[in-house]
Write a protein that binds this ligand. Structure first.
Ligand code: NAD
Length: 457
């Protein structure tokens, strides 16, 4: 491992992004202090426990060792830091605009603790174009002394995916750094040198992929960097909605979306990824970021019909499972429906905007009894979905026992490995609505309905 120039780094907000960033930077050799206003979270982290489920992150944290500290105190984290990352949430508001109150609060607290040495304030939260300038202004207005040219605001959007965050942060496709001052951009590029040069020793549990060389470095203006994050997420959401739209048509004309995607994905201009038809996209980012981009357009009197259509298609896709159930069972009142998978995707316990939530809510509304299972997210669901009336099952098999149908909502490996023949024998009525392609052959006397593909059995 090449010697690196260690930076003192403060990470403000230790959620999915802040934690991943803090741990990755400490692993690379920087001195990192993670700061959060949530004292319970910081207590857990101080005890060496992670408040979220993310494969490999605990191991990486252990290897980062004493280069990693946690605090709730801005006065402890900010004054000494060379680089300060803002990683707080930007949740959606009713009008689609992201709520920037956490960013504003973080900026004010940072401002009050700057010490006059040259510091880079890095905005990693996903924020609309113009927020970087606004943050710079907030800092200027709230700093206790005038620090002209002593700090730089830089935008460095994050592209990690929950469930593969360790891999994504060590082996990113690209690092985007946007700023108006060369000095700020230069410092951040220096901080990322071990990643850009891939000069660090890869951890055993997250080896460097064979074909991987180095990430691309994309330096831009502040506004372009902010736009890149939204445009990237919007495009990915668009791809999934497109696949779902074609999949639904495949059902009408008796074609198979998987074969279609294989055929179009070989075209390098299209590519095979992010074209999986199913329950529609979810998670904390796609819905929020498409809504934010559409609302930015609206602020300028500019319609974004393509994005609006992607959202409409996705909303419709959330009902596909229920429509298929109704086609087979007719009335759902009094029926027992098993739901396998609550997290919005495998490898995470994140439940934000998970399609399973909408399905469970609709089933309950229609009078069905819902028995749900998730290998990881059930504890979190007990807290965050307390308004939903469903029964918990300790195992997938227990969920299927006596059920009139099962919906597969998340493609956990556990469900792919399930002995479906044995599990379906536990059901009262053997109907599987597989929205995630986990069932590859039909168990005896079972109907397996899929999205965009002929049913099995
Ligand atoms: P999160 O909700 O998991 O975490 C945010 C954290 O910030 C929380 O722990 C909260 O307590 C803390 N916080 C709030 N206000 C604070 C303050 N004033 N000072 C210190 N800490 C404060 O959010 P997240 O999923 O990590 O997302 C953070 C940002 O990154 C968002 O803008 C999001 O859009 C973006 N992003 C998220 C992902 C993802 O996969 N989750 C990926 C890329 C980008």
């Amino acid at each position: 491992m090449r010697e690196i120039k260690p930076f003192k780094v403060a990470i403000v907000g230790t959620g999915y992004v802040g934690l991943g960033t803090a741990i990755m930077l400490a692993y690379l050799g920087h001195d990192v202090v993670g700061l959060d206003v949530d004292a319970a979270k910081v207590d857990m982290l101080r005890r060496g426990q992670l408040p979220i489920y993310e494969p490999g992150l605990a191991e990486l944290m252990q290897q980062a060792g004493e280069r990693l500290r946690w605090t709730t105190d801005y006065a402890e984290a900010i004054p000494e830091a060379d680089a300060i990352f803002i990683c707080v949430g930007t949740p959606p508001q009713a009008d689609g605009r992201p709520d920037l109150k956490y960013v504003a609060e973080a900026a004010r607290c940072i401002a009050r603790n700057l010490n006059g040495k040259v510091q880079v304030v890095v905005n990693k939260s996903t924020v609309p174009v113009g927020t970087g300038d606004w943050v710079a202004r907030l800092i200027e207005d709230n700093a206790l002394e005038y620090h002209a040219n002593r700090y730089f605001v830089v935008s460095n959007p994050e592209f990690l995916r929950e469930g593969t965050a360790v891999h994504d942060s060590l082996y990113p496709d690209r690092i985007v750094v946007g700023g108006e001052h060369e000095e700020g951009v230069k410092r951040l590029v220096e901080l990322y040198a071990p990643l850009l040069e891939q000069s660090f020793e890869a951890p055993e549990f997250a080896p460097r992929p064979q074909a991987y060389t180095r990430p691309a470095l994309v330096t831009t203006s502040l506004g372009s960097a902010e736009m890149i994050k939204y445009a990237a997420n919007a495009f990915l959401a668009l791809k999934i909605s497109f696949a779902n739209e074609v999949a639904n048509l495949c059902e009408h004309v008796d074609a198979d979306i998987e074969e279609v995607v294989r055929g179009i994905g070989c075209d390098a201009r299209i590519g095979p990824r992010f074209l999986a038809a199913g329950a529609g996209w979810g998670g904390s980012c796609f819905g929020k970021d498409t809504a934010a981009l559409i609302s930015t357009g609206a602020d300028y009197g500019y319609d974004m019909p393509i994005l609006q259509a992607a959202v409409t298609v996705n909303t419709r896709q959330r009902h596909v499972a229920i429509t298929k159930l109704q086609r087979h069972l007719r009335r759902l009142k009094g029926k027992r429906v098993a739901v396998l998978g609550m997290a919005f995707k495998p490898g995470t316990d994140d439940l934000r905007d998970a399609p399973a939530y909408d399905c469970i809510a609709r089933l309950v509304d229609l009078g069905a009894t819902v028995v749900a299972h998730d290998p990881i997210a059930m504890d979190r669901a007990r807290r965050e979905w307390a308004n939903l009336e469903y029964e918990e099952a300790p195992t997938a098999q227990a969920a299927l026992k006596g059920a009139d149908a099962v919906l597969v909502m998340t493609e956990w490996q556990e469900y792919k490995d399930l002995d479906w023949s044995a599990a379906c024998r536990l059901m009262r009525n053997r109907l599987v609505i597989d929205l995630r392609g986990v069932v590859t052959s039909a168990p005896a006397a079972t109907v397996v309905e899929r999205v965009g593909r002929p049913s099995l059995g």
